[in-house]
Design a protein around this ligand. Structure first.
Ligand code: A2P
Length: 275
């Protein structure tokens, strides 16, 4: 897989002039040890140039180690971490992340969820960009109303909203509102944390293309222009999930998958809020 960070299908432009690779490795629930180091290294060896972690995951040290072990130059890799919003200060917390990652900056720093409201953390997020600790700033798990409130107050608008998004959680109104505000919607749990891999409609489309269900779910998101961060700790699956730039779903396939949505095209980011 080649994934240039410039233009074309493998990367998406951001409103601040940066670009985000369409495919990344997510490391939620990956142990901070060898498991995470290996997953990150395997992904980079397989051509991924985008790794997504978070302060809450507790594995930033291993992400940094995996990057170093891979030998891939830092400037080729897009690294995201997320502000843990039960803490007070995004600047102080990012300084901690950079120390754990062993990096001088992250490419994207996002508010992990709108704990205590959507706006209070934003001035600190903007400050991380001014300090060159973060190249781009954004949010995660923000619904349309929360984005609207944030845009009222932001000096620098968020450029990404990372949400649970896949054919079963299509969230069309949220997706459209993000696009209208120049915010790239990015998909976490693109495989439904693995739950959607057994769906018969997905399997049928996969069979017709000689592909796997995981590849079909990821391809659906990519054709919608949504960056995908599937998680796996198994090398063959990490490789498999990267083979998504060499086939195309038809309009009919896309429509069949769109219709699997169980959210009613919601403008919400989560059905079950933990905050
Ligand atoms: P594992 O980490 O054991 O490989 P999501 O990205 O939606 O959160 O889904 C992640 C889940 O899907 C994990 O349980 C992961 O398992 C599993 N998974 C990831 N890629 C594949 C794949 N290509 N085939 C089967 N299962 C996969």
């Amino acid at each position: 897989m080649s994934q240039p960070t410039g233009s074309g299908e493998s990367a998406h432009g951001l409103a601040d002039g940066n670009t985000i690779p369409m495919l990344g490795l997510g490391v939620w629930q990956v142990e901070n040890e060898r498991e995470c180091v290996d997953a990150v290294r395997w992904a980079l060896e397989a051509g991924y140039r985008h790794i997504d972690t978070a302060q809450a995951y507790g594995n930033e040290e291993s992400v940094g180690m995996g990057i170093r072990e891979s030998g891939v130059p830092r400037e080729e890799i897009f690294v995201t971490t997320k502000f843990f919003p039960r803490r007070r200060d995004p600047v102080v917390e990012l300084e901690g992340s950079l120390g754990r990652l062993g990096l001088e900056f992250v490419d994207l720093y996002i508010v992990h969820w709108p704990a205590g409201g959507p706006t209070w953390a934003w001035p600190g997020m903007e400050r991380t960009r001014e300090l060159d600790y973060a190249r781009s700033i954004g949010v995660s798990n923000f619904a349309v109303g929360e984005i609207d409130d944030l845009l009222q107050e932001a000096q620098q608008p968020p450029v990404v909203n990372q949400v649970l998004f896949n054919p079963f959680a299509y969230r069309k109104r949220l997706f459209e509102a993000c696009a209208a505000n120049d915010i790239v919607l990015e998909a976490y749990s693109p495989l439904g944390t693995g739950r959607h891999l057994d769906d018969p409609a997905v399997a049928q489309i996969a069979d017709a293309h000689g592909r796997t269900p995981a590849q079909v779910l990821l391809r659906w998101g990519i054709q919608h222009g949504v960056p995908q961060i599937p998680k796996s700790t198994h090398q063959p699956r990490i490789v498999e999930n990267a083979q998504v730039f060499d086939f195309e779903l038809s309009e009919e396939d896309m429509q069949t998958l769109d219709e699997l949505d169980q959210t009613g095209g919601t403008d919400c980011a989560r059905e079950d809020k933990w905050w």
